[in-house]
Design a protein around this ligand. Structure first.
Ligand code: MTE
Length: 364
């Protein structure tokens, strides 16, 4: 496996081992579906080498019959479906939280740990129904074939989703992304895609699915991807008490202009993306150039993909000077975003959905 997958030359590599990369904002906002070469990569361990011919997916736990399926069996014996879905890492926008207070040991994501793709595969529920879901099964737990090293132990990355989500048609076991076979860094030969949930639940290089009464006991479910109050840190955290992340929160990001860009006076186009979680939809995006005193309603790009982001744009009238442009979204539950990063800071740096702010200078 080459160290660096084939990615766009503009990609920003946040770390090499494990490999973590995100696109710059202006490239991310170029298209509704994100080309694979611009799709962010979030790994906790190394990218495993998997022989697709020998690959088997096992399904066990609280099922009526255990299954072991080859890729051909998954492709040929189960219905196929395609879902256009956005994946967003819970650590997206961590950089803004890092400006509030240090967050050591975590990836310093800007706002590019997000992407939208057409995922083709088999609905997870088809495979679960074939195995027969036992009544007490409340969670579907996934483990990957990668090896994460921690305290001299190596284990596969894992996580779980509630059984109702697992049985919803949008959750797929994907083998294709944007009409091409999945690439190694995105989870080939098979990955989970759980739309509306934090990216961590979309387990790549899927080895097994276990139905169980409790959420996954994997480190990435029991420790990482939990939110704690601001006064709690690594030393004082009671891992039992953290808020276990699942559905995404509402978030809007400005992609253009970019940070510190020089723009010309007059109508200035402002463009970005917005996303929310669960079954909610983005309903409105507001943009302000006076710190939230007054707001312009942005135009949401037409689209009927319930599991994908909404791209938006508007024009703001600027005269020469320096500005902070701010954006915030509202979703169908009337959730909106907190004003300040300070209000959502947590020591792991997850779920920053404070108003997104960029600074520009405007010349005459
Ligand atoms: N699956 C495995 N096996 N190992 C991982 O490190 N990272 C998760 C998830 N699935 C991960 C994984 C996280 S945190 C995210 S945000 C998404 O994969 C990122 O998917 P991508 O790299 O295809 O963008």
């Amino acid at each position: 496996m080459p160290n660096r997958p084939e990615k766009h030359p503009g990609m920003i590599f946040r770390s090499e081992q494990p490999l973590n990369a995100e696109p710059p904002m202006e490239l991310l906002r170029q298209s509704f579906t994100t080309p694979a070469e611009l799709f962010f990569v979030r790994n906790h361990g190394s990218i495993p080498e998997i022989d697709a011919d020998r690959y088997r997916l096992s399904i066990g736990g609280m099922v009526q019959r255990e299954l072991r399926l080859s890729l051909d069996e998954i492709r040929e014996q189960f219905p196929r479906s395609t879902v256009t879905a956005t994946l967003q890492c819970a650590g997206n926008r961590r950089q803004d939280l890092m400006e509030v207070a240090p967050i050591p040991g975590e990836v310093a994501w800007s706002a590019g740990a997000i992407g939208t793709a057409e995922w083709r595969g088999t609905p997870l529920r088809e495979v679960l129904q074939a195995a027969g879901v036992e009544p007490g099964a409340l969670h579907a737990a996934f483990t990957g074939l990668d090896e994460v090293e921690m305290e001299n132990q190596a284990f596969g990355f894992g996580g779980s989703i509630p059984i109702e989500k697992a049985m919803s048609p949008e959750v797929v076991l994907a083998y294709e992304m944007n009409g091409e076979p999945l690439t190694p860094e995105h989870g080939a030969p098979l990955r989970v895609v759980a739309p509306g949930y934090i990216g961590a639940r979309s387990v790549k290089w899927l080895a097994n699915i276990v139905l169980q009464a409790e959420p996954s006991s994997n480190y990435y479910q029991t420790h990482a991807y939990k939110i704690f109050p601001p006064q709690v840190d690594e030393e004082t955290a009671d891992w039992e008490k953290g808020l276990m992340l699942g559905e995404l929160s509402v978030n809007a990001v400005i992609c253009r202009p970019t940070y510190e860009e020089a723009v010309s006076a007059g109508p200035v186009p402002v463009q970005g993306y917005a996303i929310t979680g669960g079954e909610r939809s983005v309903e409105r995006v507001d943009v302000s150039t006076d710190g939230g005193e007054t707001w312009t309603t942005a135009d949401l790009q037409e689209g009927n993909d319930p599991w994908a982001w909404r791209l938006w744009e508007t024009l703001v009238d600027l005269s020469p000077g320096r500005y902070e442009i701010v954006a915030r979204a509202w979703d169908s539950a009337a959730n909106t975003q907190p004003e300040l990063a300070e209000q959502v800071w947590n020591f792991k740096g997850y779920m920053d959905n404070s108003w997104h702010r960029i600074e520009v200078s405007c010349t005459g």
